[in-house]
Design a protein around this ligand. Structure first.
Ligand SMILES: [Zn+2]
Length: 352
């Protein structure tokens, strides 16, 4: 379909993008041959997928472990009420809508949790990894795969009205571990399911991520430097941090020593399905002491009734789950049908 009346035809679908001289016909052609993987197809992921498919990327693999719910629609732009009513897997639902937007793009939905055991094969033969995840464990896993195989990736995160973006070109710009050696301990930060999130910050962060992706996929990765952008959409405040020195310092175990702790499973959280109890136990990767009262305060609004907390454990109910969190970060999630669902609930309400 042509974009505007008077355009000669299908070949001109990308005319406005080709006219932009930083991309041009050569960049557009490169983009048409480019392959990317999107890990996580929620708020950031749906914007990223839509932008890149409309832009004419060649191939996009979408990996997501979750299902569409009504409370997603405020910010997850590819989904509609029917998807929520069907409880459709996000990856499949996204692929269906994307095919209607641009049938020339090959979109491959994968309904799965990206973990140490499958992430390398999922990221085979791609030119770029896009971060649409909602948890640090997966981001550090993505970072390991990216640095190990020299695949660029674009980090993005948001909660409330705030967000952060940083493109990572392995060995050219600092990696995630160059900047933040360790993820924050579980249960220490707000999540979208406890502190909320605005659709507008999602658009800003994903917009910046998608722009970095276009640069990388049209052959301009060399122009990117280790810039981390922090945005507060509510305050209209943009802050830019030059992270490039972190690479030059050369202290990163991942970039310098080739140690991939998350990929080797040493840092992966351990999930155990508890037989006959319709429950899953999640044990975080690193030992930590959780401030249970602080977590209780954060989940109060999302929880069905007032969370019960003593010095050993915190118990609360949300959706159809009963979550029991212990001081060492271990949680038992009743109502979760498997490891993927358990990890997803943990990331949403406790944060990891
Ligand atoms: Zn590094």
């Amino acid at each position: 379909m042509s974009d505007t009346p008077g355009d000669p035809g299908p070949s001109d679908r990308y005319s406005r993008q080709r006219l932009y001289k930083q991309i041009g016909p050569a960049g557009q052609e490169k983009l048409g041959r480019a392959r990317a993987i999107l890990i996580g197809c929620g708020a950031l992921g749906t914007v990223l997928a839509e932008t890149l498919v409309r832009a004419g990327i060649g191939f996009l693999r979408i990996v997501d472990r979750d299902y569409v719910e009504l409370n997603n629609l405020q910010r997850q732009v590819l989904f509609d009420e029917q998807d929520a009513a069907d409880g459709a897997p996000k990856a499949v639902s996204a692929a269906k809508h994307l095919d209607r937007i641009n049938s020339a793009v090959t979109v491959e939905p994968v309904v799965a949790d990206a973990h140490a055991g499958n992430v390398e094969s999922l990221a085979e033969r791609v030119d770029l990894i896009l971060d649409g995840t909602d948890n640090f464990e997966t981001r550090y896993l993505i970072n390991d795969v990216a640095v190990k195989h020299g695949i660029p990736w674009v980090y993005g995160a948001c909660v409330g009205a705030e967000g952060m973006v940083m493109p990572i070109i392995p060995r050219q710009t600092p990696c995630l571990r160059c900047v933040f050696d360790q993820p924050p301990p579980p249960g220490t930060g707000p999540t979208c399911d406890t502190a909320g999130v605005l659709g507008s910050i999602v658009q800003i962060v994903a917009g910046l991520q998608a722009t970095a992706a276009l640069k990388i996929l049209t052959g301009r990765a060399g122009e990117l430097t280790g810039r981390l952008i922090q945005v507060d959409a509510w305050d209209w405040a943009f802050h830019e941090f030059d992270m490039q020195p972190a690479l030059r310092q050369g202290r990163c175990v991942c970039c310098r020593d080739g140690r991939y702790d998350y990929l080797s499973g040493q840092q992966a959280s351990r999930t155990v399905t508890l037989c006959g109890r319709n429950a899953v136990q999640i044990r975080p990767a690193s030992d930590s002491t959780i401030d249970l009262a602080e977590v209780a305060a954060r989940v109060k609004t999302a929880a069905k009734s007032s969370p019960k907390c003593n010095r050993y454990l915190l118990r609360f109910e949300v959706d159809h789950y009963q979550i029991t969190l212990f001081q060492d970060g271990r949680a038992i999630i009743k109502g979760a049908k498997g490891a993927d669902e358990g990890r997803s609930v943990y990331a949403k309400y406790i944060g990891a």
